[in-house]
Write a protein that binds this ligand. Structure first.
Ligand SMILES: Nc1ncnc2c1ncn2[C@@H]1O[C@H](COP(=O)(O)OP(=O)(O)O)[C@@H](O)[C@H]1O
Ligand SMILES: [Mg+2]
Length: 358
């Protein structure tokens, strides 16, 4: 990173004297906040951009944002392989390793306290890669069960056969709609069980009726929401689980490349307070999910994370996982897992309720 004083010298040399009042590094940029001196103007600075670039030796732009004049140097984007950092990540149930922030710190949060997450970004911005790192993070705990919905059939079917999955990845809108209703029933059953046992959280249930946490991952909500046949029911199910899921151990991760109001409806948005935005194709898309400025992100895992209750949105570079690594991991997990457990994992089906209540 170039010293503030050196930037001041260069600006001075080209007769655009400024003080550098602050510099910030993050998301593939270094920003120098300028305070113009002696008649330096935004126009004058902009007309000298090529000179500055030559003197600094890197591509430079002059930006005007929130009444600040910024000299911006674009850095090469770094990639952080999830597995290279995995040993430093928390392995508790529900914990997700998101990536690395501009200060070089790990960004990790627990999905179970969030308790749901919305993922948005244009095609190619890094949503699927992020979903993989979230799924792999969640697989650290054997008592976290997954329901994967992927109508594109290419991304999440890779996990088929792993014991964490409640069923193979769901690939049709009708099946997705039905499964979401099944999950709402599951949640309602859990509430009845909690009531009978006199507890207000599934974690406090007695050991003989202990339940696993469930996470429903939807890659491309638009496929369900823009389908007339499934829209209403899917919205109802998602909103219900979003509202009541936390205490029953039911969590959602919902991704879309099309964060328009007909996909992320007001009800869905209001009930999923935690969001991660990758580069969106417009300012409108960014605004629909409630994060400002995602249209300026660099793509390929550059992201803004908004956690409920936190005042500021966090910039981060999401972890990268390659297709080959996922394939290797899935193969390894399948080989290592106990064979007989491949039958249905414990769930609160009708038979289960009969056993519990006699
Ligand atoms: N976190 C990341 N770090 C580096 N490169 C990434 C990252 N996420 C995505 N990419 C690059 O961008 C491409 C598209 O990412 P993908 O997750 O498939 O996008 P989306 O699902 O949003 O369409 C990937 O194949 C990869 O080359
Ligand atoms: Mg994708």
């Amino acid at each position: 990173m170039i010293e503030n004083a050196q930037i001041e010298n260069i600006l001075n040399f080209y007769k655009c004297p400024c003080n550098v009042i602050e510099s910030r590094q993050g998301g593939g940029f270094i920003d120098y906040f300028l305070q113009p001196l002696n008649g330096t103007t935004l126009n004058k600075l902009q007309s000298r951009v090529n000179d500055f670039s030559g003197a600094i030796g890197q591509a430079v732009s002059i930006a005007f944002e929130n009444f600040n004049i910024i000299l911006r140097i674009k850095e090469a984007q770094k990639s952080y392989d999830y597995f290279a950092y995995r040993c430093n990540l928390d392995k508790r149930a529900g914990q997700i390793g998101f990536g690395i922030n501009p200060r070089g710190e790990y960004v990790q949060y627990n999905l179970f306290t969030m308790p749901h997450l919305l993922v948005a970004g244009a095609t190619g911005s890094g949503k699927s890669v992020f979903l993989h790192s979230a799924i792999i993070s969640l697989m650290n705990d054997k008592n976290t069960k997954l329901r994967l919905i992927d109508l594109k059939r290419v991304e999440l079917s890779k996990y088929n056969g792993i014991n964490h999955l409640l069923s193979n990845a769901i690939t049709t809108p009708e099946e997705a709609e039905r499964i979401l209703r099944v999950e709402v029933n599951e949640m309602e059953g859990r509430y009845q069980l909690m009531e009978r046992c006199g507890v207000s959280n599934y974690k406090d249930l007695p050991a003989n009726v202990a339940l696993c946490a469930r996470v429903i991952v939807i890659d491309e909500l638009a496929d369900l929401m823009l389908n007339r046949a499934t829209r209403k029911s899917v919205e109802n199910s998602i909103v219900r689980i979003a509202q009541l899921g936390r205490a029953a151990g039911m969590h959602l991760i919902v991704a879309t490349q099309r964060p328009s109001t007909d996909v992320i409806t007001g009800l869905i948005k209001a009930n999923i307070p935690c969001k991660i935005a990758f580069m969106t194709s417009s300012a409108v898309d960014s605004r629909v999910i409630g994060i400002k400025g995602a249209e300026h992100l660099n793509g390929r895992g550059d992201a803004l994370l908004s956690i409920a209750g936190h005042q500021e949105v966090e910039r981060l570079q999401a972890f990268f996982i390659s297709e080959e690594t996922i394939a290797k991991l899935v193969k390894g997990v399948k080989e290592a897992q106990p064979k007989q457990a491949q039958t249905q994992p414990k769930q609160t089906k009708r038979g289960f309720w009969a056993r519990v209540f006699g």
